[in-house]
Design a protein around this ligand. Structure first.
Ligand SMILES: Cc1cc2nc3c(=O)[nH]c(=O)nc-3n(C[C@H](O)[C@H](O)[C@H](O)COP(=O)(O)O)c2cc1C
Length: 214
């Protein structure tokens, strides 16, 4: 039509299928996304925009869950806030040593009880932790796509964390996640600096089986 032009938008997939990336070797071709994401400990200590954090939680929000019960909850603290210092205080010293340079710390919780439509008594999901794991994985991959790194931790005092984030008993404390921009490994204490590299995995044929577990 006269006066109208067609604009073709071409997007290039920044994460094409690959077998080798980041010093990691896949047994089968997979998106670079999965080989590229890893859990560093050297972080730049720069601030993270609130909008970025919300995008990460948005990614987690769309994870699948039993009955769409969405058992995950996230309580976050951005660096240079009193909450960040409080969150740091409940990490084990080993994790404090590097997580102190993160841009944000996130407590990941799950709540197994949920109300099904039309029912008056809560149902207890048997997969609240499983579902919350899917949500954290989505958050981690979205962060990686945006140039941020994540590092999950179970090395923290759950009772202390529960008190700090004011989580009632029905919430399970699953993990804490550090989010930040990767820094030079030389910024880490020497024993952590030498471990600052992507690790591998056991072979796929020891993980996935046809028909029965072997
Ligand atoms: C639930 C969970 C708990 C973890 N706890 C810790 C921790 O307390 N301290 C730590 O340094 N790394 C911790 N990690 C990081 C793992 O060691 C790491 O994810 C694993 O070695 C795989 O490496 P990758 O994430 O770089 O691929 C944890 C990871 C997850 C998912």
């Amino acid at each position: 039509m006269k006066g109208l032009s067609t604009v073709t938008v071409q997007t290039v997939d920044p994460h094409p299928i690959a077998i080798e990336h980041n010093g990691r070797h896949a047994d089968h071709p997979v998106s670079l996304l999965f080989l590229g994401r890893w859990s560093p400990r050297a972080f730049t200590a720069e601030p993270i925009p609130q909008e970025t954090l919300l995008t990460l939680f948005e990614a987690a929000r769309w994870a699948p869950s039993a009955f769409n019960s969405q058992p995950w909850r996230f309580v976050y603290a951005r660096r240079d806030t009193p909450a960040f210092e409080a969150f740091l205080s409940f990490l084990i010293p080993y994790n404090q040593a590097w997580a102190k340079s993160a841009s944000a710390l996130v407590v990941v919780l799950s709540k197994a009880a949920f109300l099904q439509p039309g029912k008056s008594e809560p149902t207890i999901s048997g997969s609240a932790s499983f579902d919350t794991g899917a949500a954290w994985a989505s958050l981690a991959l979205q962060a990686y796509k945006l140039g941020w790194a994540t590092h999950g931790m179970t090395g923290f005092d759950k009772d202390a964390a529960r008190r700090v984030v004011k989580a009632p008993e029905e919430y399970r404390l699953e993990a804490v996640v550090a989010i930040g921009k990767r820094a030079d490994p030389a910024t880490l204490p020497p024993q952590l600096a030498e471990r600052e590299t992507p690790n591998g995995r056991r072979p796929l044929n020891e993980t996935a089986f046809e028909g029965e577990l072997r």
